[in-house]
Design a protein around this ligand. Structure first.
Ligand code: MG
Length: 229
């Protein structure tokens, strides 16, 4: 029986990627007033991908980078790849000023949390965000820290980033849970679901970027055939 739900925060409970895209759209519009709507969206989506690339690079090699450094790196790389002339410092400053404005807990997720039975333990695991920022975000959606059993930021663990077996083991030990009593819900197979599954938890993938549900190797050939006709 499931006794505990463990939620990833970024892009599972909240709308991180959508917020990044909306914020880039706003800044692109300011810097390129004549840009068409479709180009605006395409550029903003591409910038989001460059953002995550820079974010991972910072995690791996440049832990001293601030958010502004990460954005600057991303904007510079994107502008180079598109051969676009841009004032990177001003573009970055403008983006950084509004980047949190579009971030919310997804309304359907807020409703889900509110409606869950009280006997269930509920956890948030977040990469990088401070606990204070997470609580602020919850409050904007009429949720509270008390709606969760514990909010866990990877920042509380020394040299521990997702994917993390240790953070999941910390939950199991502290709350005397067996892995099979836990359901891990996340948008990233490697970062969220892989360590949970390895420990024996149940896992759910939630993502806007997947067209087919998980399939086995042997199901792939007929699927490809379906696509290529
Ligand atoms: Mg995530």
């Amino acid at each position: 029986m499931i006794k505990s739900l463990i939620f990833d925060l970024n892009d599972t409970l909240d709308n991180t990627n959508e917020a990044i895209i909306r914020a880039f759209e706003a800044v692109l519009k300011k810097h390129f007033p004549a840009i068409t709507q479709s180009k605006l969206q395409k550029f903003a989506e591409e910038l989001m991908v460059f953002f995550w690339q820079a974010d991972r690079l910072a995690d791996l090699s440049y832990p001293e980078w601030t958010m502004e450094d990460i954005i600057k790196h991303c904007v510079k790389k994107w502008a180079n790849s598109e051969a676009i002339e841009i004032d990177i410092d001003i573009f970055t400053r403008d983006y950084n000023a509004i980047r949190k404005r579009h971030l919310i807990i997804k309304p359907k997720m807020a409703k889900l949390i509110k409606g869950l039975p009280s006997y269930l333990l509920k956890f948030i695991i977040s990469q990088g965000n401070s606990k204070g920022d997470i609580i602020d975000l919850l409050q904007q959606s009429n949720l509270a820290e008390s709606d969760f059993t514990e909010i866990i930021s990877t920042r509380l663990f020394k040299e521990e980033n997702k994917p993390s077996i240790n953070i999941l083991k910390y939950i199991l030990k502290k709350y005397s849970l067996k892995p099979e009593e836990c359901l891990m819900i996340g948008d990233d197979v490697c970062a969220d679901l892989m360590p949970a599954k390895i420990l024996g938890m149940k896992t759910v993938l939630i993502s806007n970027y997947v067209d087919e549900l998980s399939i086995s190797d042997s199901q792939l050939p007929p699927l490809i055939k379906k696509y290529i006709g």
